[in-house]
Design a protein around this ligand. Structure first.
Ligand code: NAP
Ligand code: GDP
Length: 326
């Protein structure tokens, strides 16, 4: 039977990675394209998903049988701190339109993308799929976190009232080619790659925000893409799955900055601006459910993935999403 997979947010970091895997893995393999599949990678120019009519037109055009819903207002710590209401509202609108339109069009399956930011700030670690609603999220991103958490509530309600096959994925911090490398609004890895590149080019200091002590779990976008494809084909349950490296693979922001300095080949002055926020100290998540279901998965080593990302950035500087550079 023909399968049409609509990837909302298909032109961003994660969407481009899914497209890369679909284009490069051997056809018919576990993560490769299947002969009966058509993949559609949509962006906001094709349909602004905050708008119900534009969402409906997108579904009318492609008639997706499956949706991987990635589209979201996305940003790192500092952007989340600045625009809490906008993160809350835009993401509520996008998610409500995508889920309700999927229901109306009898879409067979929807996987929506959450984030480990949705989890409570004060909770026993490691995070697992049962702890999403056990307390308030960290205040730095409560707008984004509440909007995203609500998707899990919606998924359960759509299943219980209408029998919809809606579920969600919970990735940790993601990085890779095609990320947003803006200096201020991006996540830590692309932001620091860009800052380190400019420091090397201009002979200026490389300044990392915060103390460098917080810990994060990073997943390479190409690995995450394979996990989404697995979830699309092999997982049918409303409960979310954390898509992550192991909880013992936390990396400090200082270790991230050191690895970037090495990959960029920067030898100048390097410091921490401790007047800037650290955000949540850590949020280690367990991938036991994922690995149990998949029967194992080999993640790309962090340094190798970081090096590929830096090389991609250097080779694509003129076309990358870099925001303002002055
Ligand atoms: P990204 O690179 O910023 O891409 C966002 C995508 O969403 C783009 O294709 C963008 O299209 C689209 N989009 C944004 N607003 C839209 C709107 N109003 N209507 C339609 N499309 C819209 O983000 P990403 O990092 O790939 O994130 C993908 C998903 O992963 C998101 O749900 C995010 O919450 C989640 N996630 C990300 C991370 C991370 O570290 N990056 C971690 C955990 C979870 P345009 O380019 O046209 O605006
Ligand atoms: P978070 O996991 O949602 O907090 O996302 P981020 O990717 O924004 O990571 C934030 C952590 O990296 C915080 O501890 C920041 O203080 C630290 N950090 C250091 N430099 C930067 C930077 O240039 N951009 C961002 N976003 N964070 C930085």
């Amino acid at each position: 039977m023909a399968t049409v997979i609509l990837v909302t947010g298909g032109t961003g970091l994660v969407g481009k990675a899914i497209q890369h895997i679909i284009d490069t893995e051997p056809e018919g393999s576990r993560f490769g394209k299947r002969p009966n599949e058509t993949w559609i990678f949509a962006n906001s120019r094709e349909a602004d998903l905050r708008d119900p009519e534009e969402t409906k037109k997108l579904f009318e055009k492609y008639k997706p049988t499956h949706v991987i819903h990635l589209a979201a207002l996305v940003g790192g710590l500092f952007k989340n701190m600045k625009y809490k209401l906008t993160f809350l509202r835009d993401n509520i609108l996008i998610n409500d339109n995508v889920l309700h339109t999927s229901y109306k069009f009898n879409t067979q399956k929807v996987i929506s993308c959450l984030s480990t930011c949705v989890f409570p700030d004060k909770v026993e670690y490691p995070l697992d799929e049962n702890k999403i609603h056990s307390g308030p999220p960290h205040e730095s991103n409560f707008g984004y976190a509440h909007a995203k958490r609500m998707v899990d509530v919606q998924n359960h309600a759509y299943q219980e009232e209408f029998g919809c096959n809606f579920t969600s994925a919970i990735p940790t911090n993601v990085f890779g080619p095609h990320d947003n490398f803006d200096l201020e609004d991006s996540h830590v890895i692309p932001g620091l790659i860009h800052k380190c590149y400019l420091a090397k080019k201009n002979g200026t200091p490389f300044v990392v925000s915060g103390t460098g002590k917080p810990l994060r779990q990073f997943i390479y976008s190409h690995d995450l893409a394979k996990l989404f494809i697995w979830q699309l084909r092999e997982y049918d349950d409303v409960e979310p799955v954390i898509l992550s490296v192991g909880e013992n693979e936390e990396v400090s922001i200082k270790e991230v900055a050191d690895a970037i300095v090495k990959a960029v080949g920067f030898t100048g002055e390097y410091s921490f601006d401790t007047t800037r926020a650290d955000g949540q100290f850590r949020k280690p998540a367990s991938n036991a459910k994922l690995l149990g279901l998949m029967g194992g998965f080999t993640f790309t080593p962090f340094d190798k993935a970081l090096d590929s990302t830096v090389q991609w950035f250097l080779q694509n500087y003129n076309n990358a999403r870099t925001g303002k550079t002055n």
